[in-house]
Design a protein around this ligand. Sequence first.
Ligand code: MRU
Length: 368
Amino acid sequence: MNVGDRHYRTIWLNGDGWSVDLIDQRWLPHDFRVVNVNTVDGIAVAIREMWVRGAPLIGVAAACGVAMRMREDASDAALDAVWEKLHATRPTAINLRWALDDMRNLLRPLPVSQRAAAAYRRAAGIADEDVEINRAIGTHGLEIIRKIAAGKKPGEPVNILTHCNAGWLATVDYGTATAPIYLAVEAGIPVHVYVDETRPRNQGAHLTAWEMAGHGIPHTLIVDNAGGHLMQHGMVDMVVVGTDRTTANGDVCNKIGTYLKALAAKDNGVPFYVALPSPTIDWTVKDGVKEIPIEERSGDEVSLVWGRDHDGAIRQVRISPDATPAGNPAFDVTPARLVTGLITERGVAQASPEGLRGLFPERARAAA
Ligand code: MRU
């Protein structure tokens, strides 16, 4: 998407032809910084410390890391070691394992001398596929927004609530949950987005709000606890969120707090959609609540909050007593029964084994 008048992806190959440049998201919305990363260790830090984040982007960053390692050492041992190193960076988003498996399965049968070039080609391919998938999700999600708009008075906006950041910063471009919103705006459908701040790291306040403001999309930042109230008062027409891992039966793992939004949506008859790129489906898992590993991050993310001070400096402040311990589960699982539909690149599926199998029969078969 554009930042000012320049088009950016979130990650791209540097002019040197082998290292990568990426948007360091830790400083947004206050500072737009692009950094160069030229080692696998650097990629591992960028993923773990969330310079890059969001399931699809984590996968692409990992693929780039594999390519960098293959340039130094393309042996089987190096391939296995880089898979392990990058896989250990974040446990919940399945796109990480999907991208690492994809790279290893492609590279392993190749002669060592061809692996680096093939790895760079495939990493670029995964990035391009992500963009295409998100565009397609956008076209299917647009139809849902269009139908809701048809039931409103002319000019009245469709009010959409979203959680965390499943926007272009979470992907290579377009975003998953935001792709239908961009297309609705392009189609002239008035929309208004409620942006959950998304404690503890505030990806909604920092990133989604920045994306919406950057594209002139009407939006309002709300605290995470406000969603239920807004839904009770008819102020939300639909919820659309992203996902870090969705099971074969349609259970949706996403940023902590998503489950509470889904409960409130169910109680108030508000449709709850999940934008789901197919690499985010974990065909090996059936029960999301029992089987998906939930990342537990540092309690400092809860006790310390980043922001821009009056003097313009970006600072972190403590909001709780020094002695108070904090827990920080980073994701939760929304059971399939609370999900109205899964918006994939192949269409909108019911959140059920049949729904997902119907759209992706070959993947379901391969995993069986
Ligand atoms: O911890 P993060 O910021 O990597 O988590 C990302 C999310 O949970 C996003 O909201 C998302 O829906 C998945 S990425 C499209």
